[in-house]
Design a protein around this ligand. Structure first.
Ligand code: SER
Length: 590
């Protein structure tokens, strides 16, 4: 079964069970400064899992684009990738364990409606208790048994193994995971130890995770129960495609095949792992750029830069020609064009961005490699690693990787110290956010969200209606806003924009929101590039009202202040280019 058919079957299955089908949110989290990328289907739904009513209802399902780089070192094995699609169904205080498990089983095994997988190849794990919640999840176990799963194939896992949370904060709970035997002969009954070994050896593969989110975590601790008992499930499309297509690794599925073929065709040397890493990184880069990320030295731009730079090196390792990366990026776009329309419209921009970044890295790569050879004989000091990083643009892990290949040590601690001393980029911050969880919407972040709407509208008034949001990132310290505009702003234009924003703040305009069908929101002239993100109903935040006059109306998930008078004084601190035709403004509230 092809991946397109798996996507369709999943959505049809849950639609029939009264789930609203919502579109994938962007890979760039809209309102969550604590994570760099959407790492799970539940992430864009956090406010709703915490109790806010979702405009589409209590039962939702979708296919969500995700990026996870925590396991980047494992990319190259059979099942790990940094970009993946997650099929998920959600109950927001509606059904719970019984229906969830029944439907998971039905979808996996039903030939008519689901995947028709062999039930005798399924293994299940359930939660066995941990420090926060002592009781094992007997209810899930019973539910699996009533679906006909033998008790011998259900393993109870203590500790954190079957506890899921997005980080130190947010909705969390026990989970039950489904594994599938991908060996040719079939493994039959396994003891818990045998099962765990089979998992390690990738003879069984986790294909779906049902999380029963009824707890809330704050500061790393479970602090109590959520308002609702929710369900969050996630099944990796690549892995489902792998089992459905009888492959023992994701790179041979139809999702990767065209790309792997294109790599095969161009590669002059063997190296299965190198080819897989290259394929993974190009694919992830394409999706990131498609969602507005650009290579840079901070945060998500730096993650993208690292992926592209590592890909450039593998192009060389495999003896491929320069320019190969941009060609591979086109193959990714073509593979997914039918599913993610934004990729086809951005195809040229994506290829160009990858080509520009590789060219930039190539300017120094050769010299950097020569430098590496020179210093590597006796181990690499932190200072030397830092020089490779700052002068030759070697991401630190590239140095580590090259060193590991030649059995040389690198002084990691000294490198970190150098990095901190120079504060050249916020990679440390990026890593922390990467691994950390979701934070609440702080007071300053909320203010910056509203200030961003004022800025967006002010830019349109001063520069023209071609100004469209291309990206936004908010921290408690500042806002950052990327938008389309062909040239540098003059001092006069910047001043005008600042003045307009400050005038609207001084007018103490009320901020309110309405939930509207997307067509109506558009018809009323609401702006914002969020049309494809929230499904049929969207939230539109309006600044001003009939009495004061409406200054801005924009699609947005919030949060926002109640009145612009809460914002303080607005000041632009930086205006720069981020790409051809895209400008970036950083601004603060004082
Ligand atoms: N949140 C869970 C996961 O990411 C299930 O969707 O695996």
């Amino acid at each position: 079964m092809q991946s397109g058919e798996i996507r369709n079957r999943f959505l049809t299955f849950f639609k029939k069970r009264e789930h609203a089908i919502i579109p994938s949110a962007s890979l760039v989290p809209e309102n969550d400064p604590s994570v760099l990328f959407t790492t799970a289907g539940m992430q864009p739904l956090v406010p709703y899992l915490l109790g806010e009513p979702h405009p589409a209802g209590k039962r939702l399902a979708n296919v969500q684009k995700c990026v996870r780089t925590q396991d980047i070192d494992e990319v190259g094995d059979a099942t790990h990738d940094t970009f993946f699609e997650m099929l998920g169904n959600w109950s927001l205080g509606d059904y719970f364990k019984e229906e969830t498990i029944k439907w998971s089983y039905e979808f996996l095994t039903s030939k008519e409606e689901g995947l028709g997988l062999d039930p005798s190849r399924l293994y299940i794990t359930v939660f066995g208790g941990n420090d926060s919640v002592k009781e094992a999840d007997e209810e899930s176990k019973k539910n699996w048994m009533s679906q006909g799963i033998s008790e011998r194939r259900i393993y109870t896992m203590e500790g954190e193994t079957n506890w899921w949370s997005p980080g130190d904060n947010g909705p969390s709970g026990p989970d039950t995971e489904m594994f599938y035997d991908v060996t040719e002969k079939g493994l039959g009954d396994l003891t818990k130890e045998e099962f765990m070994r089979a998992d390690e050896e990738q003879k069984v593969v986790e294909i779906w995770n049902d999380v029963f989110m009824e707890y809330e975590k704050k500061g790393g601790k479970v602090t109590g129960k959520l308002k609702n008992k929710n369900v969050d499930t996630g099944a990796g499309l690549e892995r489902l495609a792998m089992v459905m297509q009888g492959k023992d690794n994701i790179f041979e599925t139809d999702l990767f095949k065209p790309l792997m073929n294109a790599i095969e065709m161009r590669a002059m040397s063997n190296g299965a792992r190198a080819k897989r890493i290259l394929a993974d990184h190009v694919r992830t880069a394409v999706f990131m750029i498609g969602d507005g990320v650009l290579p840079s030295n901070t945060d998500r731009g730096y993650i993208l830069r690292r992926l592209i730079r590592r890909a450039v090196r593998y192009v060389d390792v495999l003896g491929m020609k320069e320019g190969a990366l941009a060609a591979l990026s086109d193959v990714v776009v073509e593979t997914y064009a039918g599913v993610y329309k934004n990729l086809s419209s951005e195809k040229v921009h994506i290829g160009q961005t990858i080509a520009d970044e590789s060219a930039k890295f190539r300017q120094t790569l050769e010299r950097g490699m020569r430098e590496f050879e020179k210093i590597s004989a006796s181990g690499i000091s932190g200072k030397e690693a830092f020089a490779l990083f700052s002068t030759y643009g070697f991401p630190f892990e590239l140095t580590l990787e090259l060193a590991a290949e030649q059995n040389i040590t690198v002084n990691k601690k000294e490198f970190e110290e150098e990095l901190q001393k120079h504060q050249a980029l916020s990679r440390a911050g990026a890593e922390k956010k990467f691994k950390g969880g979701l934070s609440g919407h702080g007071e300053m972040e909320t203010k910056y969200h509203t200030a961003t709407h004022l800025l967006h509208q002010a830019l349109r008034l001063v520069l023209g209606e071609h100004v469209i949001q291309k990206g936004s990132n908010i921290t408690p310290e500042r806002l950052r806003f990327d938008f389309s505009h062909p040239e540098k702003l003059t001092d006069e234009e910047k001043k005008k924009v600042e003045d307009i924003v400050n005038e609207e703040i001084a007018r103490a305009l009320p901020v309110s929101y309405e939930e509207l069908p997307i067509e109506e929101a558009r018809a009323r002239g609401a702006i914002g590039a969020f049309g494809d993100k929230y499904g049929e109903m969207v939230k539109v935040y309006t600044i001003g009202n009939e009495k004061t006059g409406v200054f801005s109306a924009e699609f947005c998930g919030g949060p926002h202040v109640k009145n612009t008078s809460e914002l303080g004084h607005f000041k632009i601190t930086k205006e720069e280019a981020v790409a051809q035709g895209i400008r970036r403004i950083k601004a603060v509230l004082g």
